[in-house]
Design a protein around this ligand. Structure first.
Ligand code: GDP
Length: 194
C-alpha cells in the first residue's frame, strides 16, 4: 500500500458534508498538541500535509485525505484544549461521535498519546467509548525520542496499565526519527484489508 500518494479531499463540519463512503477509512484522534499532525505528516512522508499546530484549539473540521485509491485518512479535531468553550467542545463532540458511530466504512481509530504523560482522563473516556461502540482501536504512544530507553518502557507500561492496553496492541512512534512508522504502516495495512 502506497502511503505517500495522498491528496487533501475536504474539511467536514457537518454530517451532510461527509464524502460518499466508497473507500475504507482510518481516523486519527488525540489531545491537542499530542503530535497528531506530525504523525500524519511522517506517515505519508509529507512535510506539511497537515499544518503542525501553532494555534491549538482553533475550530477545525474533520479533514479528509485520500491515500492512493486505497483509503481515506481522517484527521479528527484535537480535543482537551482548555481555552475552547464548553459549548464548542460539545458541538465538536456531537459531530465526531455521530461520525464515528455511523460511518460504515470506518475500519479503525488511531488514538495518539504522548509517551511522557500519565494516563489522561479524556483519552481514557475516548478509549472506553470506542470499545463500547466495538470500533477497532490502534493506540500509538508518540514522541518516544524525548525519553531514553528505560524511561520509555516504564512510561509505556504506565499508559498500558492506566488504559487497559496490551503492549502487543500499541505502536511506539516518533515523528522526529521516524521510529515506528513501518510498524504503523503494517498495522494499518492489516486493518484496511478487505
Ligand atoms: P497536534 O496538535 O496533535 O497536531 O500536534 P503537532 O503535530 O502540531 O505537534 C505539537 C508539537 O510537538 C510540535 O512542536 C511538534 O514539533 C512536536 N512533536 C510532535 N511529534 C513529535 C515527536 O515525535 N518528537 C518530538 N521531539 N516532537 C514532536
Amino acid at each position: 500500500m502506497n502511503f505517500s500518494s495522498v491528496d487533501f479531499l475536504l474539511s467536514v463540519h457537518s454530517l451532510k458534508q461527509l464524502p460518499i463512503p466508497d473507500l475504507p477509512e482510518v481516523a486519527f484522534a488525540g489531545r491537542s498538541n499530542v503530535g497528531k499532525s506530525s504523525l500524519i505528516n511522517k506517515l505519508v512522508a509529507r512535510k506539511n500535509l497537515v499544518k503542525v499546530s501553532g494555534r491549538p484549539g482553533k475550530t477545525q473540521g474533520l479533514n479528509f485525505f485520500q491515500v492512493a485509491d486505497e483509503f481515506y485518512l481522517v484527521d479528527l479535531p484535537g480535543y482537551g484544549f482548555a481555552r475552547v468553550s464548553k459549548s464548542m467542545q460539545n458541538s465538536w463532540q456531537d459531530l465526531i461521535s455521530s461520525y464515528l458511530e455511523t460511518r460504515e466504512t470506518l475500519k479503525c481509530v488511531v488514538v495518539i498519546m504522548d509517551i511522557r504523560h500519565e494516563p489522561k482522563k479524556m483519552d481514557g473516556q475516548l478509549l472506553q467509548w470506542l470499545r463500547e461502540q466495538s470500533i477497532t482501536i490502534l493506540p500509538v504512544y508518540t514522541k518516544i525520542d524525548k525519553l531514553s530507553g528505560s524511561k520509555r518502557q516504564k512510561n509505556a507500561s504506565l499508559l498500558d496499565a492506566g488504559h487497559g492496553i496490551k503492549s502487543s496492541e500499541r505502536v511506539l512512534f516518533s515523528a522526529k526519527t521516524g521510529q515506528g512508522r513501518d510498524e504503523l504502516i503494517v498495522r494499518l495495512s492489516a486493518v484496511l484489508q478487505p
